[in-house]
Design a protein around this ligand. Sequence first.
Ligand code: FES
Length: 77
Amino acid sequence: MHLQLHYHNDLELSVVMYVCLCNAVTDKEIAQAVSDGANNLSSVQNTTGAATGCGSCKRTTEILIDQCLAEKLIDAA
Ligand code: FES
């Protein structure tokens, strides 16, 4: 996996991780898809294109979706 560093105006550092190299989909794009309502692998695949190529990122994508859904539930509580 590749890491990409972004520097913002306020010098805050954030790290973007490419989850799907076939389609250049980052963890932040998957998190945004879940935030926008995607709640399973199929809907994230349709929204972002992640895990629609070689499939090697499928399990990582599923884990990330589960983590995002759990955070969403915690935020809603
Ligand atoms: S790395 Fe995601 S489909 Fe190939």
